[in-house]
Design a protein around this ligand. Structure first.
Ligand SMILES: *Cc1c(COP(=O)(O)O)cnc(C)c1O
Length: 399
């Protein structure tokens, strides 16, 4: 295999997303090859011995590593500006391994209360069974983080902007408090995408992605990734956890996601511009209560969002429809272009009612505490024209 003759660190992000990480075989293919194999062979028994004692690193088994998956890992690491990337079968596999790789019984976790609902289940329901104590804090309240982090902790987990309420958590301030408490900070960067927010520059120790979302960007496959900057620590924590528990990404999915990275910048820029236009339009409609879009001055943390997110509000937005669940359902059912789906980050614009879908399984009190009311909808803005999307909402609200 031949490796590229440039150092990705010298390249712009646009170039890294296309050029970083490619390993060409002896056939000199243009696009990356899909290595759809589980195992690898050795010319001699001595070669196998050297692979396993570490003296001759190479691919040994696709649960551990695979050439197509490695190309995806190296490209995403270059895009993020991280030293290490581990790909996983899904975003949840990434979040789970990032946490479990570091944790022992009786450890303490502090997390923002507004989390993707499966993350909330892991922290709130699963880990306490094993003696781990978890304290949830209101993610936008720095005094609450400070109080919770007066006691030592092992892990701090947050996502920003939050799903689906679009709150902005101040990564730099929380990371400073977390490090004083001895905790490692995991940032779920899905809503900001690798393009708009650089958590490592703000003090994060680990960045996790659901690659299922904007990295694929076309609703085709599941994937996840854990990024960090310390190879030895990664090997000893989530690296060894992944190797032995097996949530590996398939080579086919890695190839699909490599193609996604190549167009990520163009897609995210387009979706952000359309999301901004839609948010402004929705603010003009009397049927709409609040528009939750970090790019608008009406967002309570607009200034922080602009500092933390490359001056743009992102490809996701939330809004409330006056009249509760019935009014929301009427509007959703009338949309002709926008599809109803709990997925996000697709070329197709997708709308969801979190209270009855993504967050239905969470207790009502917990939902209301993080702002998931019956009136709230979440919109993932795709690549259709802004004009057509605005017209679709106009007719759905007019009727
Ligand atoms: C979708 C999502 C996840 C989980 O990713 P999967 O690929 O569905 O497992 C985690 N966090 C956030 C913020 C997400 O949107």
């Amino acid at each position: 295999m031949t490796t590229p003759c440039f150092d990705p660190d010298d390249l712009d992000l646009s170039t890294r997303l296309i050029r970083a990480g490619q390993l060409r075989s002896q056939h000199m293919e243009t696009s990356e090859a899909i290595y759809m194999n589980s195992g690898f062979v050795y010319a001699t028994a001595e070669e196998a011995e050297a692979a396993f004692d570490g003296s001759k690193p190479r691919f040994v088994y696709s649960r551990v590593s695979n050439p197509t998956v490695k190309m995806f890992e190296d490209r995403l690491a270059a895009a993020e500006g991280a030293k290490v990337c581990h790909a996983t079968a899904s975003g949840m596999a990434a979040v789970y391994a990032a946490i479990m790789g570091q944790l022992k019984g009786n450890d303490r976790i502090v997390a923002a209360s507004a989390l993707f609902s499966s993350c909330r289940w892991i922290l709130g329901d699963l880990l306490p069974r094993f003696g781990v104590s978890v304290e949830f804090v209101e993610g936008t309240d720095l005094a609450a983080w400070e109080a919770a982090l007066k006691e030592p902790a092992t892990v701090v987990l947050l996502e920003t902007p939050t799903n689906p309420t679009m709150d902005i958590v101040d990564i730099a301030s929380v990371a400073a408090l977390a490090h004083k408490a001895g905790a490692k900070v995991i940032v779920d960067n899905v809503f900001a995408t690798p393009l708009l927010q650089k958590p490592f520059a703000l003090g994060a120790d680990i960045v996790v992605y659901s690659a299922t979302k904007h990295i694929d960007g076309q609703g085709r496959c599941l994937g996840g990734a854990i990024l960090c900057n310390d190879q030895t620590w990664a090997d000893e924590t989530h690296g060894i956890f992944l190797r032995h528990t097996g949530p590996a990404m398939s080579a086919f999915n890695a190839w699909t996601l490599l193609k996604g990275l190549e167009t990520l910048e163009l897609r995210v820029q387009r979706s952000c511009a359309t999301a901004h236009a839609l948010a402004e339009y929705l603010e003009t409609r009397s049927e709409i209560g609040r528009v939750l879009y970090p790019g608008l001055p009406s967002h309570p943390q607009h200034d922080l969002a602009m500092r933390q997110m490359s001056g743009c509000g992102g490809p996701m937005l939330g809004f409330t429809v006056n009249g509760g669940k019935d009014a929301v359902f009427r509007m959703m059912n009338r949309l002709r272009i926008v599809d109803i789906s709990n997925n996000l980050g697709d070329a197709r614009s997708l709308i969801a009612h979190p209270a009855t879908s993504t967050h239905q399984s969470r207790p009502e009190a917990e939902r209301l505490a993080i702002g998931i009311t019956a009136e709230l909808v979440r919109l993932s803005v795709g690549l259709e024209s802004a004009k057509d999307l605005i017209a679709d909402f106009a007719q759905a609200l007019d009727a």
